[in-house]
Design a protein around this ligand. Structure first.
Ligand SMILES: [Zn+2]
Length: 255
């Protein structure tokens, strides 16, 4: 419980830091004259928080991986045992199959966790910039009600159609037909990162595309034409390439 509390506390600290930096960036861009640089210490702090959060997240995934690998091992042992009993005529074929399914389930958990470890950096960055946009809009309710919101750091389109993650196939087809490669989905639905920091991302997916790139632009046009809600983020975590992405679905909220 105290670990969770401290995680939430550190996540909030990170969001606050992101929010400070982004506000300064917006303020700078509004001026036409040469701008004051964001204080280096603030950028360094944000990057440090990001590095720390990523490290903590990876460490928690490693712990999870060890548990899941242990579960695979014991499921395999049970399966071996079941096979022997079956050969001796003591149990039915379906009992062996049940044990095979259990091994497969545990193996799937291991591979899903490994996948999460590979994309941990961009998941953390996506999470931070989404939380920051939410904080910005919470301060400006009039802006939050507009159908299309554009700030220097993000674009939010509220959509017209009902949206469900099960419609993802339509978007994937559009993208692969247009660009002859698959849609770069970084996060599909609720990931471990969202569970950890209590963000509801169940009906959304994050696409690792920069909103100013050709592919990002084409994707946003398609979404808008089809009334599908999205948020597109330009901000990067200082000192890293992570952060910019397109979130498809309604904005995610803390629960
Ligand atoms: Zn997202």
């Amino acid at each position: 419980m105290s670990e969770t509390a401290s995680l939430i506390k550190s996540a909030l600290a990170i969001c606050l830091a992101v929010s400070c930096v982004c506000t300064s960036v917006i303020a700078q861009k509004k001026k036409t004259h040469p701008k004051e640089p964001v204080p280096q210490s603030e950028l360094t702090r944000l990057r440090d928080e990001y590095v720390k959060a990523t490290k903590e997240y990876k460490a928690s995934l490693e712990k999870l991986l060890a548990i899941y690998e242990g579960n695979v091992k014991s499921a395999e042992e049970k399966l071996d045992n079941a096979k022997k009993l079956y050969e001796e005529g003591l149990i039915s074929r379906s009992q062996v199959e049940e044990n095979q399914r259990l091994v497969k389930t545990e193996q799937d958990k291991v591979s899903e966790t490994r996948k999460q470890m590979v994309t941990a950096d961009s998941q953390i960055a996506d999470f931070l910039v989404e939380a920051d946009a939410d904080a910005t809009l919470a301060k400006n309710l009039r802006l939050a009600k507009s159908k299309l919101i554009r700030t220097t750091s993000f674009i939010r389109y509220n959509g017209t159609a009902g949206w469900s993650l099960s419609d993802a196939g339509k978007i994937q087809r559009f993208f692969s037909d247009s660009f002859h490669k698959s849609l770069p989905i970084a996060v599909f639905g609720q990931g471990a990162i969202h569970d950890r920091w209590r963000l509801d991302h169940r009906n959304a997916m994050d696409i690792q595309l920069h909103p100013d790139g050709v592919e990002g632009q084409a994707l946003m046009n398609f979404l808008q034409k089809n009334g599908i809600p999205f948020s597109a983020f330009r901000s990067a975590i200082p000192g890293t390439a992570t952060g910019p992405h397109i979130h498809i679905g309604r904005p995610s909220h803390r629960y």
